[in-house]
Ligand binder design. Sequence first.
Ligand SMILES: Nc1ncnc2c1ncn2[C@@H]1O[C@H](COP(=O)(O)OP(=O)(O)O)[C@@H](O)[C@H]1O
Ligand SMILES: [Mg+2]
Length: 238
Amino acid sequence: MTPTKTLPMIQTVDLSKSYSLGGSTVHALDGVTLAVAAGEFVAVIGSSGSGKSTLMNMLGGLDQPDSGSVIIDGKNVGSLKPRDLAAYRGETLGFVFQQFQLMPRRNALANVMLPLQYRRPGVPDGEARAQAALDAVGLGDRGHHKPTELSGGQQQRVAIARALVGSPSLLLADEPTGALDSRTSAEIMDLLVTLNRNDGLTIVLITHDLEVADYASRVITMSDGKIISDEPRSVEAA
Ligand SMILES: Nc1ncnc2c1ncn2[C@@H]1O[C@H](COP(=O)(O)OP(=O)(O)O)[C@@H](O)[C@H]1O
Ligand SMILES: [Mg+2]
């Protein structure tokens, strides 16, 4: 009996968050209840201001809800002590952002190794693991290039390798193709689909681009802080 295996990777219950601005209240999240199973590839879509990033920040433990709870991989994220929260973020999650957020003075390999440097105890084979992560994103021969010596798509691959180096169970990506042209976006999405299908990586990806959302196996639409639709997609060979 391993009951934890049947728990969803992500479970949010009635998540709410409001902001007060100049006398008016914005319900950034308004009662979001969501379950995502391990191995799913979920796209969250919705217009600007619909609450996508607020939801993502709560899944990532970057922001706290006013009410409701977030349970990820069996951990109640909101009740973790700061040190446990940092360990959770470092060991369970990988993050990918629109603007890559690479360290400009470090080469690709050093950027990918970065998350491992915060591990206690340290990771003795960090360089080999970073190299393996670069290999996995097709940049095994670019480890010594600085970010400025790489294209936008290559920089995002380095950022994905950095997200993968700690062997996360969940990848959170906020508009990962937002700074890329459509052909490069398709390459990045093909990479994410491969990681999901071959390695069973659970992915939650925010996008406002319906073509990008098409790569996911489930699409959640948000509006005014609420989930207004949640649809499986037929997964066809791309
Ligand atoms: N720190 C904040 N202070 C005030 N309002 C915020 C803050 N963060 C988000 N909001 C508001 O909450 C709503 C949802 O924002 P967000 O989650 O960023 O939307 P999305 O990512 O879908 O564009 C928006 O109306 C936004 O202006
Ligand atoms: Mg956003």
